[in-house]
Design a protein around this ligand. Structure first.
Ligand SMILES: *Cc1c(COP(=O)(O)O)cnc(C)c1O
Length: 358
């Protein structure tokens, strides 16, 4: 069986070596030695000013919205994983959707200004599939209207834009280190703030607001990660180069072998160093998608409909139309992409798709 993704497992000895340290330390959570080391290593690897490792990629969105969204209207993308929208609703903010660009698949920055009202507090956009939003234009809109910018960068580990980490853009960026993501610690994630003061607030927010054992800096929640997950992160990180080059091979193969008369893939924004995190293909119609999906399933190949439905269509959202996002969501399929995907399997995937498209 071939799934859309497969978790990268480092050699077990390397994980055990990290676990050994935990047993020696007799220390399991609350920012132990391994988590602190992982933070330092990630800070260097990603070339970011600040980083705070968290328990997943969803609570960071909630923390960012708690601090910057303040129960106002949040301008957001309908084309993302459900966590982006759910976090907004969970934090008693109101999602205000703005449609996406048909090729980049990120929020259409030219439509943001018309969605701003006096209740708007922030923009929460997703660097979907690791493709950067138009961060310059979004930044100038935010400046002009005094709004905060949060990026859901769950897909964007290692992506650089204009030679800077994508995590350095916006007031706060969040990432996910979930087992299915490019870099992972089993479960995990991170928060990145633009300035030290905001990073300080994030730090307190992620640990119940504690300022020492007896005092509190403000309202907080628990977004801490354990040493066990830190161990996985430390065991996976040295393999990033392999992970990226293996994934690039798969992407290059799809790029040269797919029949692009009958489908399209994502357009990556220029000046981006991409991370090969997903391979979306967009068919001419949902009918075509369903035919190709059925043919692949027959061969025990299971791509995923990332992302369907368009998030303006989920049941707890007021009905409204997002033409481009709904159209893309109905026609997009993410193809298998992971370390260890064999050449024979790739050939089978390509042959099945191109045949079904005939
Ligand atoms: C995976 C993902 C999340 C949530 O991350 P978790 O670590 O699973 O909580 C949020 N946003 C997007 C776009 C994602 O793909």
């Amino acid at each position: 069986m071939i799934n859309v993704t497969k978790t990268f497992f480092p050699p077990i000895e390397e994980y055990q070596m990290q676990l050994q340290r935990i047993w020696s330390n007799q220390w399991l959570t609350n920012r132990g030695e391994l988590v602190l080391e992982l933070e330092e290593k990630l800070k260097k690897y990603l070339e970011v000013n600040h980083i705070l490792i968290t328990n997943n990629g969803t609570i960071p969105l909630q923390i960012a919205l708690k601090l910057l969204g303040k129960e106002g209207e949040i301008i957001t993308t309908p084309f993302s994983y459900v966590a982006t929208t759910a976090a907004i609703v969970w934090e008693n903010c109101k999602p205000v959707f703005v449609d996406i660009h048909p090729e980049y698949l990120t929020i259409d920055e030219t439509k943001i200004e018309e969605a701003i009202t006096d209740k708007t507090t922030a923009i929460l956009a997703t660097h979907v599939f690791g493709n950067p939003c138009n961060v310059e234009v979004i930044n100038s809109i935010a400046q002009k209207h005094n709004l905060k910018v949060i990026y859901d960068a769950a897909h964007a580990f290692g992506v650089t834009y204009n030679e800077h980490s994508i995590f350095n853009y916006g007031d706060i960026s969040t990432c996910s280190f979930h087992a299915t993501k490019l870099f992972h610690s089993g479960e995990g994630g991170a928060l990145f703030a633009k300035d030290a003061d905001l990073q300080h607030q994030l730090f307190y927010s992620h640990n119940f607001g504690h300022n020492g054992p007896l005092a509190f800096y403000g309202l907080g929640i628990n977004a801490k990660i354990s040493e066990l997950q830190g161990a996985m992160g430390l065991a996976v990180l040295p393999h990033m180069q392999t992970i990226l080059s293996e994934r690039k091979k798969v992407v290059d193969f799809y790029n040269t072998q797919l029949d692009f008369d009958k489908l399209k893939t994502i357009k990556i924004r220029s000046n981006t160093e991409w991370n090969y995190s997903y391979y979306p293909v967009i068919f001419e119609s949902e009918k075509k998608l369903l035919e190709v999906q059925a043919a692949l399933n027959q061969m025990q190949i299971f791509p995923r409909r990332y992302f369907y439905p368009s998030l303006n269509k989920i049941e707890y959202i007021e009905a409204l139309e997002m033409k481009v996002s709904e159209s893309i969501a109905s026609r997009v399929l993410c193809l298998p992409l992971y370390v260890g995907l064999k050449n024979a399997e790739l050939h089978q995937i390509i042959t099945t798709i191109n045949y079904a498209l005939k």
